[in-house]
Design a protein around this ligand. Structure first.
Ligand code: IPM
Ligand code: MN
Length: 351
């Protein structure tokens, strides 16, 4: 029996989450597991109506869940940063979800903007550190609002935080069992403190994994190679900020935000799964947004919970839909509605 928190959030979040839940239901029938949903309506509308962002009591409850499924956070009437920091980042930090796992996989039938590359070339995973770096909020202003203003935003990198992330990445690379290559994405030529620590930790730990090729590349070069030679990559490990940036690039080469999903993982605790795109407010309520990213988030959640076989079935069902059904991943151009796409995936999972 899994206790799953569901936080649909803002904009199109509820529409895509609804489809992910359909697929979860189908998966539970096929794999014979039981689950209970706990619904949370945190997001922009609730904040605007009540001033509440994410109460401590909810965070306490989160600790007792088996996993959380998130839709999208971000509301056009709320100043950017309030909900992102107050809901999404707070949950990642409070639940110590120190891994952000983001597969970049081009499915058959999906358009990639990269000429002459196909599904056999674009299939790698980014392991993004998720609780440190530039995201801790360390820093501040001096003389704010004056001509002498100073703004400092520091990147926090602890040996422990970096090590646990790198170790996870090596273990993940071993289990993935493709090229068995782990690439550290850094910037050792300029960030000579932060990435010096990362690099030392990386090669220290690499000694324990002699079956894995440990490789290094600067973040700017990686951005170039994602486009030019995506087939070079198997697993990439990087800090929070670089991971944020390169996974948007990754999402684009795998077909866009309509398909990219990720997991905020605490291997010893409660993890949260989400489509990595935003709340797409302009499409809200139109039933035209692509739910496949949210469905893939549910797939990652089930994989994480140990339901590996049915997770594979969900992926196969998604591939059936991308390769045989929808015309495009773009909102309004799928040739089907949001709910029809969800229905098709659920049906293929049941078959
Ligand atoms: C992501 C998002 C978040 C991040 C934002 C919404 C705070 O871009 O999950 O990649 O920067 O981590
Ligand atoms: Mn991002």
């Amino acid at each position: 029996m899994y206790k799953i928190g569901v936080m649909p959030g803002d904009g199109t979040g509820p529409e895509v989450t609804r489809e992910a839940l359909k697929v979860l239901e189908a998966a539970s029938e096929v794999a014979n597991f039981k689950y209970e949903l706990v619904h949370y309506d945190f997001g922009g509308d609730r904040y605007l109506a009540t001033g509440e962002i994410l109460p401590d009591s909810a965070v306490e409850e989160f600790h007792k869940l088996d996993a959380i499924l998130l839709g999208a956070i971000g509301h056009p009437d709320v100043k950017p940063g309030i909900l992102e920091k107050g809901i999404l980042l707070r949950t990642r930090f409070e639940l110590d979800q120190y891994i952000n796992l983001r597969p970049v996989k081009l499915y058959p039938g999906v358009y990639t903007p990269i000429k002459d590359k196909g599904p056999e070339d674009i299939d790698f995973v980014v392991v993004r550190e998720n609780t440190e770096g530039l995201y801790t909020g360390a820093g501040g202003f001096l003389k704010k609002g004056t001509p002498d203003e100073v703004a400092v935003q520091e990147s926090i990198n602890t040996r422990k935080g970096v090590e646990r992330c790198i170790r996870y990445a090596f273990d993940y690379t071993r289990e993935r069992n493709e090229d068995k290559k782990l690439t550290l994405c850094g910037k050792t030529n300029v960030l000579t403190y932060a990435f010096d620590l990362w690099e030392r930790a990386f090669y220290d730990i690499a000694e324990e994994y002699s079956d894995i090729t440990a490789d290094y590349a600067h973040v700017d070069a990686i951005s170039m190679w994602f486009v030019k030679n995506p087939e070079w990559f198997d697993v990439i490990v990087t800090d929070n900020m670089f991971g944020d940036i390169i996974t948007d690039l990754g999402a684009m080469i795998q077909g866009g935000m309509g398909i990219a999903a990720g997991g905020n993982i605490n291997p010893e605790g409660v993890s949260m799964f989400e489509p990595i795109g935003g709340s797409a407010p302009k499409y809200t309520g139109m039933n035209i947004i692509n739910p496949l990213a949210a469905i893939s988030a549910a797939q990652l959640m089930l994989e994480h919970l140990g339901q590996k076989e049915v997770a594979k079935k969900i992926e196969a069902a998604v591939i059936k839909v991308t390769s045989e059904k929808i015309k495009s991943l773009a909102a309004g151009q799928m040739g089907y509605s949001t709910s029809e796409v969800g229905n098709m995936v659920a049906e293929f999972v049941r078959k």
